[in-house]
Design a protein around this ligand. Structure first.
Ligand code: GLY
Length: 327
């Protein structure tokens, strides 16, 4: 379960920096990549443990893999201790919390929302965009109006107690400077495969803390924060959105798997590409997860500290990812 997090960062083109793992509430196991298993759910960071649990419960209870990845991340969207997902997340520099989310299935169906306010479950709104509109993405006021039309309640626009405390501290200087992220994570990205090989994924975040009003990260960008293709596999991302968007990270991983790379090789190649295409890499953390259609998995990050939750029908464990740079 997540703990309080401080996340600061930098200038407009800024970079995100995460201090490796503190406050882990779950036992860790060494990174290992077993032979393919189905069904399987992977999700980013330690908040993935309770999210996976909900996703697997949905799946074993007869829900679809799409239902599962929606149900899983909804747990994180409600986690009041989490300052990087949901309405309790850290706000932008104006003190307004804006959310991004995406959802996708392996047949190419997808829906996303970005820069949306007052909606408790942006992942469910993204699913509504996918299922009830001819569009893929709705943003800002349009997304909010669509939410109202679909019966989503509008939440009161006040910061959560934890976010309000952190925002007041940030306002003392109001500078984009590296803030140590004691919680060591941001965003939840979840990908899953059912026992028939059907894939789906979800990704939801409150984005970079103290971002410019209107800033959107990778999470609601199909191909950046999430990509799913039943013919190949699925990938999701976490970390500094700008660095992930620059390389279409999740799409890149799926396409590398299509060309024959294993999920692990594909994640490592994406990190290599991200490092090549981003300046100030020492200050940028990003991590990727992948599953192929055989149920084999991969994970890799720029820096140490990234971990992920892996659930099968019998086990839900937190695993440390390997990284390009080491301590
Ligand atoms: N990865 C989340 C964001 O950059 O907004």
């Amino acid at each position: 379960m997540s703990q309080r997090r401080k996340f600061i960062k930098q200038s407009l083109m800024g970079s995100a920096f995460f201090i490796p793992g503190l406050n882990q509430a779950f036992a860790r196991v060494p990174t290992e990549f077993s032979a393919g298993q189905k069904p399987l759910i992977l999700s980013t960071w330690n908040h993935g443990i309770p999210a996976n649990e909900a996703a697997m419960a949905k799946l074993t209870g007869g829900g679809s893999i799409l239902d599962a990845v929606e149900a899983g991340v909804k747990v994180t969207e409600l986690d009041l201790d989490n300052l990087s997902v949901g309405l309790q997340g850290l706000p932008d520099r104006e003190g307004i919390t804006t959310l991004d989310a995406s959802i996708m299935t392996g047949d190419g169906s997808c829906g996303t929302v970005a820069f949306v306010r007052q909606i408790k479950h942006p992942i469910s709104l993204a699913r509504m965009v996918m299922e009830k509109t001819p569009h893929v993405m709705l943003v800002g006021e349009g997304a909010r109006q669509f939410a109202i039309s679909q019966g989503f309640p509008l939440e009161e626009e006040i910061l959560s107690p934890n976010a309000a405390i952190e925002y007041q501290k940030w306002k003392v200087t109001s500078q984009y400077k590296p803030i140590i992220n004691i919680e060591n994570h941001d965003t939840i990205g979840m990908i899953g495969i059912d026992s028939n090989g059907k894939l789906a994924g979800s990704c939801t975040t409150s984005g970079l803390a103290y971002k410019m009003h209107g800033r959107v990260g990778d999470s609601p960008i199909i191909g950046a924060g999430l990509f799913v293709d039943d013919e190949v596999g699925a990938a999701t991302a976490t970390g500094l959105g700008e660095s992930i968007i620059r390389i279409c990270g999740s799409f890149l991983i799926v396409e590398l798997m299509r060309q024959g790379r294993t999920p692990q090789e594909a994640c490592e190649e994406a990190v290599k590409r991200l490092i090549a295409k981003n300046k100030n890499i020492k200050d940028i953390q990003a991590g990727f997860l992948a599953i192929n259609k055989e149920g084999e998995t991969g994970a890799f990050a720029v820096h140490p500290g990234f971990n992920f939750a892996k659930a099968t029908s019998s086990k839900n464990e937190l695993i440390d990812s390997r990284s390009h740079f080491t301590l």
